[in-house]
Design a protein around this ligand. Structure first.
Ligand code: S3P
Length: 187
């Protein structure tokens, strides 16, 4: 076995569709590990001084995707960090390559059926006053197509965690248990 295989991963990267819980669970896992949490959407919003919705409006989606790829490349240079990707980040072949080439990164897919994801997003926009508007959700037919197109990419993740019927804390606990197991296996 090569030496790097026995090293502990230095990044946990959360993927999944909108409403999967990437930001909530990612933050909880980061806090538990004592690692910084990087939300790719937030990084872009901070750097551009504009919301995701207004970036889609003013620059268009292809330009947003370029910003997203640049933010990902920069975040992957951080060690001992937890990252939450936007739901569309894995559509880019170069983003997928960056993530899969790196043995120190574990990609974690938070899975749920599409209807549950839609309803969680609706709940968020109703219950959180400052919830970010998700332009990709405006057209349900195209959002469904995006989900189906992305699903095989999400499914390549090293860890797949079923989130249906589980609270964010329960999902976090399941991930931490898996992390502890990984540490024990490599000790
Ligand atoms: C998008 C998901 C959003 C955000 C943008 C586009 C998508 O992130 O990146 O609105 O294409 O699925 P979340 O998955 O964190 O909502």
């Amino acid at each position: 076995m090569q030496a790097f295989c026995r090293e502990l991963p230095r990044r946990l990267v959360f993927t999944g569709f909108m409403g999967a819980g990437k930001s909530t669970v990612g933050l909880q896992v980061a806090e538990a590990l004592g690692w910084p949490f990087i939300d790719l959407d937030e990084e872009i919003v901070l750097a551009q001084g504009a919301s995701i919705a207004s970036l889609f409006d003013t620059l268009g989606e292809p330009a947003f995707r370029e910003l997203e790829s640049a933010a990902l490349a920069s975040a992957l240079r951080r060690d001992n960090a937890v990252l939450a990707l936007g739901g569309g980040a894995l559509e880019s072949q170069s983003n997928r390559a960056l993530l899969s080439e790196d043995p120190a990164t574990i990609l974690v897919y938070l899975e749920a059926p599409l209807e549950l994801l839609f309803s969680r997003c609706e709940q968020q926009s109703l219950s959180q006053a400052g919830a970010a508007h998700r332009p990709v959700l405006d057209d349900r037919t195209s959002a469904t197509e995006r989900f189906l197109r992305r699903k095989p990419f999400y499914q390549t993740a090293g860890w797949r965690i079923d989130t249906s019927g589980r609270s964010a804390s329960e999902v976090t606990a399941a991930i931490l248990e898996r992390w502890e197991q990984l540490i024990a296996d490599r000790a």
